[in-house]
Design a protein around this ligand. Sequence first.
Ligand code: F6R
Length: 628
Amino acid sequence: MSLVRLVRVCGIVGYVGHRPALDVVLGGLRRMEYRGYDSAGVAVLDGAGALTVERKAGRLANLEGRLDEVGRERFGGTAGMGHTRWATHGAPIDRNSHPHRDASERVAVVHNGIIENFAALRAELEADGVEMASDTDTETAAHLVARAYTEGDTKGDLTASVAAVCRRLEGAFTLVVTHADHPDTIVAARRSSPLVVGVGDGEHFVASDVAAFIEHTREAVELGQDQLVVITREGYDVLDFHGDAAQAKPFTVDWDLSAAEKGGHEYFMLKEIEEQPEALANTLRGHFESGRIILDEQRISDQDLRDVDKVFVVACGSAYHSGLVAKYAIEHWTRLPVEVELASEFRYRDPVLDRDTLVVAVSQSGETADTLEAVRHAREQKARVLAVCNTNGAQIPRESDAVLYTHAGPEIGVASTKAFLAQIAANYLVGLALAQARGTKYPDEVAREFAELEAMPAAVQKVLSTVEQVRDLGRRIADSKAILFLGRHVGFPVALEGALKLKELAYMHAEGFAAGELKHGPIALIEDGLPVVVVMPSPKGRAVLHSKLVSNISEIQARGARTIVIAEEGDETVRPFADELIEVPAVPTLLQPLVSTVPLQVLAAEIARARGYDVDKPRNLAKSVTVE
Ligand code: F6R
């Protein structure tokens, strides 16, 4: 059985070391706030056999207020764990918040994911006389661990008890477990849900995200599927769910704490918009050497790339829009048919795939459940899967044949910005690698395309130097009821992306259209004063499309629309039709989305600010969506 519902990744952190655990755990939870949550909790082992738990619905500040009320001195140990929850089973109220305990209050558990067989487990526990204190699936795990610890083969052995429980659980989970009898130990386990270990000096961490411990150590270990880790002050042991030693992958986190901080900006998103030139440069870095495109972690051979006869790009949201942009380039460069599909639709419609199909799975987080399922489906059909991902070691790259990391750095604002631009650039690298392997472009043409890509960070920097005008415009149109976005060719996915940004950040009705579709319906929406953003192609690069769009603008202007035109510098033809003109540098047509998207990101963020919304944490949304 698979539960179909939307679940966000909870934030999890566990610590055993020499510092006050409460401070470390709260610091870790703060760093993971971007994931979205509706309650928070902590548990601390005091070393003398006491396990103290506090949890509270709402923001972390509520929990901290509660800790002050009860007295933080009660949480005096150096081992503990914490959790930020996004409700799945049971409402976001105090008693459903994690950690959950067993009846004796000796065991505490935090959990991310869904225990799919929890109803049966709960019935079994209730039949045994256990009284449930919450409506959650997680609580069953606490009782099961406590029971395993007190009876049978696993009696008195916390690690074996947790392993035995994990073997019974169905679904996706990260579990972190403490027991008052073991004040210097934390046991954590994972299946299809993220868990990393932080390796410090005389201290160890477990977390759903390296951000939770990067302040303390950059040495990390990524746990594999169905693995369990036992951390103590001195070290860590990785086991499988049968208790046998297992191998996990050590790595060094290549971004520092300041990269995850706002860097003086009001919002992470604004900082991330500004980081786009650097993100693009990082995506491209090292991918062209000795006259050839190199896909660094390529495990698809040149011969396989030559055999490809069809490309699918599968992704969700903004990542999907990056695929729509890529279609124009990949088809043009390789003459291969490219289909771009929403990952949530892909596997349910029986797509035609075989071993000569290349499926490009694009995902910033690498955790998106729809995209992950699309990857699994494609691999079952023997297609080759290349992941384009921003998160090292995430599930999607792990399950793919090859991976191209975007190296855009951590993206904390929920709305994708720098990761989106990096995805476009990475998709282009895939297109060029295909063209190179298949010989549809000569080496000097590939080199020229790459050189044009390499010029893009400077072009984006130039756009950034002119955003004040866009901010001002944003404030002036912040009261609009709706905004429409129009584009043609690669400007069409840019229009879709502009509309998505506005919907998610400003909660404003927004639609993106292919401008040619106007007369087939959407023009009926035009009314006096309605802002319409038009993404113009270059008058030189795409003269025919340019003149068609000029006609579209004059049609909507005649019907009262307030036209906001994004056009190439020096495009005088469009000026008379633009109530507001936003100029972007002239760049090759296929690369235009890299510059024309930027003002739309700024516009959406500024409108959201003007309307008083939290730009980094739009309502109902979180950064990673890990269940379909
Ligand atoms: C929009 C946004 C989302 C994501 C989508 C896919 O600003 O951020 O639409 O693009 O949820 O997420 P990833 O790329 O992590 O698979």
